[in-house]
Ligand binder design. Structure first.
Ligand SMILES: Cc1cc2nc3c(=O)[nH]c(=O)nc-3n(C[C@H](O)[C@H](O)[C@H](O)COP(=O)(O)OP(=O)(O)OC[C@H]3O[C@@H](n4cnc5c(N)ncnc54)[C@H](O)[C@@H]3O)c2cc1C
Length: 277
């Protein structure tokens, strides 16, 4: 049952879920899935999209915002947009979860799973985690960060968060509070790609994209940290379209950051990735 629907930004909502279970067995970084077929309000739209696409609409994955030691389970959903001429189909589930899911509503979730988690003996492997996220890619890293700060006292964190504008930043206040509370262990850096006032918004708020200079700064010893990268990546649809046009798919946030990490010498086995494509 939806215990609370918290508006994070104009297109992003956190759904706090009450499951009736006192202990939920999941790891920070895991996701759950939600099947769009369960929503009566989407019935005709789902059937129409299935006819157009010629395949059944799959369940959508949503990472947990909450950390396992927190009382309630929570997910944070960013609404996908339909942009004429740019997107092939209107998005199915995220508009409903973000704009039309209210306190008291019931939904069926399936979970919990995913490889984007901390290794068991993380503290014996590294003393630093570097989080590099874009948009709703902040969700699993926020959970991992909260969990690691509470449970692994020797781990230091740098949290690099990329968004279009300051108003698009999810968990901005929570990240500032965590950074203030754990000043010796957490640095948060925001990069804003389309915010003309970025540089005047405060320390550690930059204008532009995540670039190699920033990665070198956060990873002075490229093999001494574990790096968690999450954000938009090339989708199957991008690949299919590129194949049709006889070109390579355009790299998105995930592929671009992974290439830069390779360039600055971060070993592949030090990088965990999750694509929201
Ligand atoms: C492991 C994982 C964790 C995730 N966690 C989160 C999270 O915490 N928060 C979050 O907001 N999102 C998360 N996502 C993304 C989420 O699962 C959904 O993809 C997102 O909410 C969009 O779903 P939708 O139904 O609204 O849009 P969709 O209906 O899936 O459409 C999205 C886009 O894909 C295009 N598209 C769809 N089908 C086709 C097709 N057949 N051919 C061509 N183009 C097509 C549409 O035109 C549209 O542009 C996660 C994804 C993964 C894989």
């Amino acid at each position: 049952m939806v215990a609370e629907a918290i508006t994070e930004t104009q297109d992003t909502t956190t759904l706090v879920l009450f499951t009736g279970n006192d202990r939920l067995d999941y790891k920070a970084g895991h996701f759950l899935t939600i099947d769009p077929h369960q929503f009566e309000a989407l019935e005709r739209f789902t059937a129409f999209l299935e006819d157009l696409k010629g395949r059944k609409e799959p369940a959508r994955a949503y990472s947990m915002t909450s950390a396992p030691e927190e009382k309630y389970l929570a997910i944070t959903v960013k609404e996908e947009r339909y942009v004429r001429g740019a997107t092939k189909y209107p998005p199915l589930l995220s508009p409903l979860l973000v704009k039309r899911t209210l306190r008291g509503m019931r939904l069926v979730i399936t979970g919990f799973t995913g490889p984007y988690t901390l290794p068991d003996s993380v503290e014996s492997q590294v003393d630093r985690l570097v989080h590099i996220v874009a948009g709703s890619g902040a969700v699993p890293n926020f959970s991992i960060l909260k969990h690691a700060l509470a449970n692994y006292p020797t781990l230091q964190h740098t949290f690099v968060c990329s968004n279009k504008t300051w108003d698009d930043v999810i968990f901005g206040r929570n990240l500032s509070e965590l950074a203030a509370r754990h000043a010796d262990r957490l640095t948060v850096i925001h990069t804003l790609t389309r915010d003309p006032d970025a540089a005047s918004r405060g320390p550690n708020i930059r204008s532009g994209r995540v670039d190699e200079a920033l990665l070198r700064q956060t990873l002075p010893d490229p093999s001494a940290a574990l790096v968690y990268v999450c954000g938009p990546g090339i989708t199957q649809a991008d690949r299919a379209l590129a194949r049709e046009n006889g070109v390579d798919p355009q790299p998105r946030f995930l592929e671009t950051v992974l290439a830069m990490l390779r360039n600055i010498g971060v070993p592949d086995n030090r990088v965990k990735r999750e694509s929201y494509g």
